[in-house]
Design a binder for this molecule. Structure first.
Ligand code: SF4
Ligand code: SF4
Ligand code: SF4
Length: 215
């Protein structure tokens, strides 16, 4: 089973010292705070002290809580509950004593992951005007733009759908937090590995999404 940020996070609860996020995956897909490098680097450095969690003014960082495993007690972000607001001074990174969160010089240099939109679920792809994720993005018209296209077999309705640029998306998750779709799942997820995200975006763009107005 592919592990995703939201697939891995099963439920949220309260634990001593902060809010905990329960997970069922191996941690590879968990969304880490800004400054985290790959999972191996992060796990080797993070001592689970919780200082980043305490430093975050938005309570975006939570404590991973699993039955077993090295991920338990590590800091994670559940973007649907509270995305990273990309504080200009990165208090989470400043608080980290081990450089598990590496210094980042500017907000647009953060690389938490890349947003991938599920075109089967996105209501904009179905033909409705929804620009909620686009409006939520701190890098509007850069990390995310609205693309217009003509629908196959439809002479009347155009499609205005959000398109992610993996070169610019920092993975903050604000689009995920605001997405209006929740059933059966959110229409956007953050994929931590940028190569995997690009592959998934290409796969989504190649999808044929059914046209409810086709006659
Ligand atoms: S940048 Fe700000 S909002 Fe984001 S995790 Fe760090 S402290 Fe929290
Ligand atoms: S401050 Fe650094 S070492 Fe401490 S829990 Fe956060 S990431 Fe891990
Ligand atoms: S994760 Fe979403 S809101 Fe954040 S930069 Fe990427 S597209 Fe924009």
């Amino acid at each position: 089973m592919e592990t995703t940020t939201f697939g891995a996070i099963a439920a949220a609860g309260v634990a001593a010292g902060g809010i905990a996020v329960c997970f069922a995956g191996n941690g590879e897909g968990l969304l880490r705070p800004p400054g985290a490098a790959d999972e191996a680097d992060f796990r080797a450095r993070c001592i689970k002290c919780g200082r980043c969690l305490e430093a975050c003014p938005y309570q975006a960082i939570r404590m991973a809580k699993g039955p077993t495993g090295a991920e338990t007690g590590t800091p994670v972000i559940d973007a649907r509950a509270q995305a990273c607001r990309l504080c200009a001074d990165f208090p989470c990174i400043a608080a980290c004593p081990t450089e598990a969160l590496h210094p980042v010089s500017a907000r647009d240099e953060v690389r938490m992951g890349c947003a991938v939109i599920n075109r089967d679920l996105c209501i904009a792809v179905q033909g409705m005007r929804c620009e909620v994720c686009y409006r939520a993005c701190p890098f509007i018209d850069s990390a995310i733009a609205i693309g217009a296209s003509v629908r196959e077999g439809d002479a009347i309705h155009a499609v205005f759908e959000p398109l992610i640029d993996p070169e610019k998306c920092v993975g903050c998750g604000l689009c995920v937090q605001r997405c209006v779709v929740s059933d059966p799942q959110v229409a956007i997820e953050i994929v931590r590995d940028y190569g995997e995200a690009r592959r998934r975006i290409d796969e989504e763009q190649a999808k044929h999404v059914s046209n409810p107005w086709a006659g």
